[in-house]
Every structure is written in C-alpha cells, then in structure tokens.
Design a protein. Structure first.
Length: 183
C-alpha cells in the first residue's frame, strides 16, 4: 500500500510517508476549547497555543486515572515493532505524545485511528460513557534532523515536569522516560 504524502481532513495537514519519524499528539475531546482565541493565527501559533492549553489539564482529565493511562500505554506498546517503532511516548492527563517511525503498509492515520478506537472503547466502557473520547484531529510533525529528534524525545519525556506534575521525567509512570532511565 502506498502512503499518501501530504493530506488533510479539513483542519490540519498531515504528512504520511513510510520511514518518517513523527511526533504525534492526540488529546481528549474536552481538553481544548473548540477554537483558538482571536489573535492566534498561523500554524505555529495554533500549535503553541494548543500545547499550552493541553498542559493546563482542562476538561475531564480521564487519562489521569491510572487504569486509563495504562490502557493507552498498553495499546501503544502492542504494535511497537510491527506497525511502527516507538522512540518515545508520554500519556498526560488530557493528551498523549508519541514519537514513532512509520513502517511500510501502515499509514499514520490508520495507526492513530487504531490507538484512538481501541482505547476509546475500553475507557468509555470502564466509565460507562458514550460520548466521543478523543478529538477528531491529531497533530503530527516529522523529524527533519537528528537534533530535532533528540530535542523532541527530551520534550516528550519532560512534558510532565514542564506541566508541573512531577519533578523528574523518570518518575512519570506512563512515559518512555521511566522505561529508558530505569532499564
């Protein structure tokens, strides 16, 4: 199956090519306001605004429940090495960061959809809820250099520290930092 290259579902552009290492962020449906405030314009401004808002921990914070975060982590790890190669991840109370390399025949949109579908069913069942769990769109940015890759992995693993949830990255239970530094 050929990968699509650049595509969009109406709001965010996505780059989808085999072998790309991507930083992917997907969040709970209620973690962001429906639109950015006036004055937040370009793609970079919107990304920075969304990043700040997600770290504020607004909404239901369903991923702050350890069983729910563990379900997301299990789902990410399940196909690691088969459909993609995980380089880093962090499950925050309102959103998930993943750095992964796409493998042949596994488009990024299909991978993210599988993560969201499996975890949505499990978490909604546990919470006896029917509302959408995840935001429709996800953010992705492909790595253009080794320096960007190293910075991004550090950024992902330090996210709980930056958000003021913990003092050291390896102390966050649902992150590759814990696995990397405790191995």
């Amino acid at each position: 199956m050929d990968h699509a290259g650049w595509r969009s579902r109406g709001y965010l552009p996505h780059c989808d090519e085999r072998g790309l290492v991507q930083h992917i962020i997907f969040g709970l449906a209620d973690a962001l306001p429906h639109s950015a405030p006036a004055g937040v314009g370009g793609a970079l401004d919107r990304a920075e605004w969304a990043d700040h808002e997600l770290d504020r921990g607004l909404g239901s914070r369903l991923l702050a429940t350890p069983d729910h975060a563990a379900e997301v982590q299990r789902c990410l790890l399940r196909d690691d090495g088969q459909r993609y190669a995980l380089a880093a991840w962090c499950i925050m109370p309102t959103h998930v960061h993943v750095v992964a390399e796409q493998f042949d025949a596994h488009p990024l949109g299909d991978i993210v959809q599988a993560w969201k579908s499996v975890t949505s069913h499990a978490i909604n069942k546990a919470e006896t809820r029917k509302d959408p769990l995840w935001r429709r769109e996800y953010f992705d940015r492909f790595m253009r250099s080794e320096a960007q890759f190293a910075w991004t992995v550090e950024y992902v693993e330090r996210n709980p520290v930056t958000a003021g949830l913990i003092e050291r990255p390896e102390g966050w239970r649902f992150s590759s930092a814990r696995w990397r530094r405790c191995a």
